[in-house]
Design a protein around this ligand. Structure first.
Ligand code: ADP
Ligand code: GLC
Length: 487
């Protein structure tokens, strides 16, 4: 069988091998969904020190892949794993990727992130060049792979191998741009003409996401609303100008949920599975978590609220912290928070958990199984994001019968139908503001307490909402067709 692929995904994480958030989840599902549409897909990703490989063993296929300028003698090792028939290639170079964390430590970003991901991009292109033929399409994700569309753009001019290959850049979060000192551009291997305000230059700095935006043949982001938002100064993070210029090539395609991983009927982490037909397992999940976290038994009959996510301003965790004392003081409800991120937020939450022992449990850390168990145990899920490109946790909350309370921004707008519409699946409020969040939670609590049948209706519709990846994969195929792929 010839060693080549039609579509190659390039990304810095892929669940279940590596994950810090939604990007990992997307990579763990979308390539497989495209495969089901009949495409020949493969993924290339870094080989981190902490890679989960127990279920899918890795095999070394190349010990000496040359990477070339600006490191002439430097090579990469290439490994491959078979993930349900999807080849996942891992690029290994210990000094870049063999670290405890992927992008940063508690004190900030790794100082050599530009070099690390520039190396990754160049190694990936060199490795692809060793294949029996070029791919039709390179599908890049976020700033870590933003240089690839730029390399491809210039390589197409003088290397016949790349002549017919096109690129897509998917933006998962515009706030993370990979912005570095201009001198690092000189080491990138890009030609001087790329240093331009319509190229990689951004206020005198070298911007890797902008490189992708400038040179990709098509740009997508992960929800239609976010695609409209990011061409405005409010959400554009300084890149609204170039995005507006490229708006003819910008599409918003909503993410999906991988229901083989996120479904309470088959979830391997739950003490008892449940479904819309038989909800008794949800009560068991709630009782178990209440016991495990030392929350008051009396909360069994009261609403339990949950938050799972990065403890960052994006997620509005500061709004939760601001309104929690009032909520927990006024209402007999419980709350569980799982997350890590800002040291100040971690400290404030830990202090609150001390003050509201038995009513508030705070778990600082990153624990996959707890994320599932909290989704299952809670009655209401909080996601008061300031901006949200798509958001997956609220989609998981729907399936787990935990109606979400969300800000009406980005992908949250595209996934949650707000109360009191007859088709509602959750509760929304217009702006990321602690008072508005408080009011929206009170609305949800009022429905829970005084209109239980209506709350059950919301829960039921939430569980039946379908955000499976198939729909998104069909949209991506449409986008690929626009670029000339016969799919
Ligand atoms: P983002 O990618 O912006 O962080 P998403 O909602 O798209 O937000 O995806 C977050 C993913 O990361 C979900 O799978 C969620 O369960 C997971 N997650 C976030 N924080 C934690 C944590 N502290 N422990 C376990 N899983 C987490
Ligand atoms: C980013 C976004 C999130 C999105 C995820 C996957 O991390 O913050 O909204 O769901 O990527 O696309």
């Amino acid at each position: 069988m010839p060693f080549r692929h039609q579509v190659i995904f390039l990304a810095s994480e892929i669940y279940p091998f590596s994950k810090t958030g939604g990007l990992g989840d997307v990579l763990g599902a979308l390539p497989l969904a495209l495969k089901k549409q009949g495409l020949d897909v493969a993924v290339i990703t870094p080989f981190y020190g902490r890679l989960s490989t127990t279920a899918y063993p890795l095999r070394l296929i190349h010990s000496n892949c040359p990477v070339g300028f600006p490191w002439p003698p430097v090579t990469a090792e290439i490994y491959v794993a078979d993930y349900h028939g999807l080849p996942v290639y891992f690029i290994q170079r210990g000094e870049y990727f063999d670290r405890r964390t992927y992008y940063n430590t508690h004190t900030g970003d790794y100082f050599d992130n530009c070099e690390r991901f520039n190396f990754f991009c160049r190694a990936a292109m060199s490795f692809i060049h060793l294949m029996d033929g070029p791919p039709a399409l390179l599908h890049c994700h976020d700033w870590q792979t933003g240089l690839i569309p730029a390399y491809l753009h210039f390589a197409r001019r003088d290397d016949p191998f790349w002549r017919d290959t096109v690129s897509v850049l998917t933006i998962h979060n515009l706030a993370f741009q990979g912005r570095f000192a201009s001198r690092l551009f000189l080491e990138s291997g890009l030609p001087p003409e790329a240093w331009h305000m319509d190229g990689v230059e951004f206020y005198g700095d070298f911007n890797l996401l902008k490189a992708g935006i400038a040179y990709a043949d098509l740009i997508t982001t992960v929800s239609p609303t976010y695609a409209r938002e990011i061409v405005t100064p409010e959400f554009g993070c300084g890149l609204e100008g170039i995005l507006a210029k490229r708006s003819g090539s910008l599409r918003g395609i909503l993410n999906g949920a991988d229901y083989s991983v996120w479904d309470p009927g088959s979830d391997k982490y739950l003490p008892l599975p449940y479904s819309v037909e038989d909800m008794s397992g949800k009560a068991v999940c709630k009782a178990n978590l209440i016991r495990e976290l030392g929350l008051k038994k009396s909360l069994l009959k009261r609403p339990l609220l949950g938050f799972v996510g990065r403890l960052r301003e994006q997620k509005g965790i500061d709004l939760v912290i601001e309104m929690l004392p009032r909520l927990l003081g006024e209402q007999h409800v419980g709350m569980v928070v799982l997350g890590e991120g800002g040291a100040e937020f971690e400290a404030e939450l830990t202090e609150l958990a001390e003050a509201y022992k038995g009513q508030l449990a705070v778990l600082v850390g990153y624990t996959e199984d707890l994320a599932h168990r909290i989704q299952a145990a809670c009655d209401i899920f909080l996601m008061p994001s300031r901006y949200e490109p798509c958001g997956l946790t609220q989609i998981y909350a729907l399936r787990f019968g935990t109606p979400p309370v969300v800000t009406a921004v980005g992908g949250l707008c595209d996934t949650i139908i707000p109360y009191p519409l007859p088709t509602c699946t959750g509760f929304t409020f217009p702006d990321a503001d602690a008072g508005l969040l408080h009011d929206s939670i009170y609305q949800a609590l009022e429905v829970f307490d005084t209109k239980p049948q209506i709350f059950e209706g919301v829960r039921r519709r939430a569980m039946l909402a379908d955000f499976s990846w198939e729909r998104s994969a069909v949209e991506y195929c449409k986008a690929y067709r626009e670029l000339g792929l016969p799919v």
